[in-house]
Design a protein around this ligand. Structure first.
Ligand code: HEC
Ligand code: HEC
Length: 528
């Protein structure tokens, strides 16, 4: 297959698109569809369909397998049929929520995550071409892990000649050491999955109180109304909220729930298409919401369903106040009834608004108040508020990010990098840099980039690799393609230091991070 076709096919399956999905076929017809579509090559066995019935994975994992059947093996299936098959497989052969813990960043498309695995062997053998999370999000018996190793070498024979393979017997180690290790740590049968399958359906419909934070933009909160949609596990949603700076934020869309908890939303927020990748457990949705066409631009989100017996403070906006300050405080949560318990030294001047979803107060902070303290409303606990007098240090988060050149008539868009300045304060000992330092939160900063090292100075990365927006911490990389103005007509890649400066009195506090400006990512599968 020509590269271009492959890239296009992968892009078209790059996410679980819901927008055009019609009502799903019932499980019975999905099963019939599997037989009709897959038995041309797979076979009926005592344990189900060969290869297919002996694996469990996420919706995105199933999507990638079926897409590979299309791209590599020539399976003919319509987009709608593929949606039914993926839904059915994810529902019947999925992962329990606990089995995805620690690897959800890959589903949530947090592509700046730097993975760290205990096993050096696993890292070198299995997490160098793709994320280790792709592996951690699957469950198979030994025979299926073994088939997977064979598939790797059969499909990509150069595996053995690449770095971290040609220095060792990759195939031998994969079969003799990795297969038993994977079958032990990521087995097909598990207690967690058995228990998850035995659980009843979860409550979904109603009003969800939602709170989030987007790098380079700030916090937001609001109410997401969820109603029945067209078809099983489908929901219609409408979000009505506000950014912490007071601007309104409104969205409408739909969501599909896989495996009883894997919430995948597709909505338009203030004219911009966005996706939600959340996990639903015990009346709480947690995950990430990001721009459909720029998944690097996203927000951490948590939401809680207003329902009988559920009370919880999700967040306090803003989550930090300066000693002596008077401010409006928004406590967001579910079942917010009863007395508001604020940290000592925070005095309520006025109750601006009260509902089960939010309590808005005007407060004044005592000049001597310090530290991170819990915030509760009646039975609802879980909030916290940081009170500080002086910022002792500024950290840039993420400390390291990858931006990618793009545009300029090429098929891949630029991938920007977004940073926040996180302020820290000295704890009770008054000394900065000790274990009792506490995180204040994200504060405004003025942003700049500098060459990271000598090579960056020599190649004038500052001039070519991109621009940092001084006010927001959003870095937009340069155009794709060779640049005749550069040494050896190199493209606009680069290595830059990210600098945040926070003013405090006459002082300027500095925090540093790094952005690598890399070539485009041509292959962008649902699980990196
Ligand atoms: C045209 C032949 C063909 C059809 C049709 C086909 N497959 Fe496959 N399938 C293969 C081959 C060959 C392999 C082994 C190589 C590989 O993993 O790509 C495979 C392997 C698999 C695997 C194992 C992948 C892994 O990671 O170990 C799964 C799961 C799978 N197929 C699912 C399906 C499903 C579901 C369908 C029907 C919707 C289907 N296949 C239809 C040829 C096919
Ligand atoms: C040489 C690069 C390379 C190495 C090393 C590698 N992989 Fe892969 N892996 C790939 C590619 C390429 C794919 C195919 C992606 C696709 O087309 O769906 C893949 C796919 C996968 C999938 C998804 C298969 C499916 O359809 O469900 C899993 C799981 C996986 N690899 C596990 C592993 C494990 C375990 C190891 C270590 C034993 C490993 N990989 C090492 C390149 C690699």
């Amino acid at each position: 297959m020509k590269m271009k076709t492959l890239a296009a096919a992968l892009t078209s399956v790059a996410a679980l698109g819901l927008a055009l999905a019609a009502a799903p076929a019932a499980a019975a017809s999905a099963e019939a569809l599997l037989r009709a579509k897959c038995l041309a090559c797979h076979t009926e066995t005592d344990e189900g369909l060969s290869r297919i019935s002996q694996q469990r994975k996420t919706p995105e994992g199933w999507l990638m397998s079926v897409a590979r059947m299309q791209i590599v093996h020539g399976l003919k299936i319509t987009d709608e049929e593929r949606r039914s098959v993926v839904k059915y497989l994810a529902d019947t052969q999925g992962l329990a929520p606990s089995e995805t813990e620690g690897a959800r960043y890959a589903l949530e498309r947090r592509l700046n995550t730097v993975e760290a695995f205990e096993s050096e062997q696993f890292t070198q053998m299995c997490a160098r071409c793709h994320s280790g999370a792709r592996v951690m999000l699957q469950r198979r018996p030994a025979a299926e892990w073994e088939h997977l190793v064979h598939f790797h070498l059969g499909q990509f024979p150069t595996t053995e000649y690449q770095a971290l393979a040609r220095d060792r017997d990759w195939f031998g180690i994969a079969l003799k050491e990795m297969v038993p290790e994977l079958a032990r740590t990521l087995p097909l049968a598990s207690e967690a999955w058995k228990q998850w399958q035995a659980r009843g359906p979860q409550a979904v419909k109603g009003e969800w109180s939602l709170s989030g934070h987007m790098s380079g933009r700030g916090g937001f909160s609001g109410v997401m109304k969820v109603a029945a949609g067209e078809g099983e596990d489908r929901y219609a949603l409408a979000f009505d909220g506000r950014w912490d700076d007071g601007k309104p934020m409104q969205g409408k869309g739909q969501a599909l729930i896989y495996t009883g908890y894997e919430w995948r939303g597709d909505l338009v927020v203030d004219g911009t298409p966005m996706r939600q990748v959340f996990a639903l457990e015990d009346g709480v949705l947690r995950g990430r919401m990001f721009l459909r066409d720029h998944d690097e631009v996203g927000a951490d989100v948590v939401a809680s369903l207003q329902q009988a017996g559920s009370s919880r403070v999700l967040a306090v906006h803003p989550a930090h106040l300066k000693a002596g300050e008077t401010a409006e405080l928004r406590i967001v949560g579910a079942g917010l009834k009863g007395e508001v318990a604020l940290p000592r030294g925070v005095e309520v001047l006025q109750t601006v608004k009260r509902s089960a979803a939010e309590v808005v107060l005007r407060v004044k902070v005592d000049a001597a108040a310090r530290g991170v303290h819990p915030v509760a409303v009646g039975e609802a606990a879980g909030g916290s508020l940081a009170l500080y007098d002086r910022i002792a240090a500024v950290k840039v988060t993420p400390a390291f990010a990858v931006a990618r050149i793009g545009g300029n008539g090429t098929p891949t868009a630029k991938v920007e990098a977004r940073f926040d300045a996180e302020a820290w304060a000295a704890g009770a000992d008054g000394q900065a840099g000790t274990a009792d330092d506490f995180r204040i939160g994200v504060v405004p900063a003025s942003w700049a980039v500098e060459p990271f090292d000598e090579a960056a100075v020599r190649d004038e990365d500052l001039k070519f690799a991109g621009l940092m927006d001084a006010a927001s911490g959003v870095f937009v990389p340069g155009d794709a393609g060779p640049n005749p103005a550069r040494r050896m007509s190199a493209s606009n890649v680069g290595n830059l230091k990210v600098v945040a400066e926070v003013a405090q009195g006459g002082e300027r506090l500095r925090g540093e991070g790094q952005v690598i400006v890399a070539p485009p990512r041509w292959n962008n599968p649902p699980i990196p």
